[in-house]
Design a protein around this ligand. Structure first.
Ligand code: 6GU
Length: 257
């Protein structure tokens, strides 16, 4: 998978050299290039933003600089005509903008994007970016996505891109040591529930015993105990996930929980 990231703080992504992501890059599973948006400016101040048209606080990222950069990374000719009905081809790059006013990024999005060959992330700063930028590339056949990572405010898109990047790349075949640890986690599978609690040894620690069923050796009982706990925990902490459950995926014992 090829990844381009555009930011006014490209050094932010130096941390990707660490840990599992660094190993995946060494093994050639992913290639990441972090670009400085200011490299596409022509003025001495290398300005990337301007005041909002219509008034208001803060600064908005200018379309001209972004377009020079994105034309190059997405291989879109500067004189490409608009086509409002353009449909993206499956092997073309996907352009992703973090945006607090966009739909929430979910595990389903991460899974879908993990099958892409080339992702280009554009990190906005300040009050955001000119709304014509995503529209321009959509009208030129690029698959453009905008995502928020949660209902809170960040100063810029860099942290959001790091979050999405980790969620996407850890799903690449061979990225994780143990593929099964991916399958069993929360938010995946036909019925997304929060994961049951985990315990390790010792069986009693500072007077606290692990639930006895877990050392009973009865796998059926262990599975049932974990499933009941996951259902109870999910209805308490994330009732919205219970609302969305596929009833067909529930068994008879689930319904009693
Ligand atoms: Cl994607 N960007 C910013 N700036 N803040 C956010 C966000 C994104 N998602 C949640 N808050």
């Amino acid at each position: 998978m090829d990844i381009d990231i555009v930011s006014v703080f490209p050094e932010y992504f130096d941390v990707l050299n660490l840990s599992l992501f660094g190993k995946a890059m060494e093994r050639g599973l992913v290639t990441v290039r972090a670009h400085n948006l200011r490299d596409w400016t022509h003025d001495v101040h290398q300005s990337v933003d301007d005041t909002p048209v219509g008034g208001g606080a803060g600064m908005v990222m200018k379309p001209e600089v972004w377009a020079e950069c994105l034309d190059e990374l997405l291989d879109v000719p500067a004189d490409a005509p608009a086509d409002a009905d353009a449909t993206p081809s499956s092997d073309s790059p996907i352009l992703i903008f973090p945006n607090p006013s966009a739909p929430l990024f979910t595990q389903q999005d991460a899974t879908a994007l993990s099958h892409a060959g080339h992702l280009v992330f554009g990190c906005g700063r300040y009050e955001g970016y000119d709304a014509r930028i995503p529209q321009y590339y959509r009208e030129r056949g690029i698959d453009v996505r905008e995502y928020s990572i949660g209902d809170y405010v960040l100063n810029g898109g860099e942290v959001a891109v790091s979050v999405m990047l980790e969620a996407i790349t850890r799903l690449l075949p061979g990225f994780m040591g143990n593929a099964e640890s991916i399958v069993e986690e929360s938010y995946t599978g036909a019925n997304a529930l929060l994961e049951h609690s985990q315990y390790t040894k010792p069986a009693t620690w500072r007077g606290m015993a692990v639930p006895p069923v877990l050392i009973s050796g009865d796998h059926g009982k262990v599975d049932r105990f974990r499933r009941d706990e996951a259902l109870e925990k999910t209805s308490r902490i994330r009732p919205d996930l219970i609302e969305r459950l596929d009833c067909a995926a529930l068994d008879k014992a689930d319904r009693k929980t």
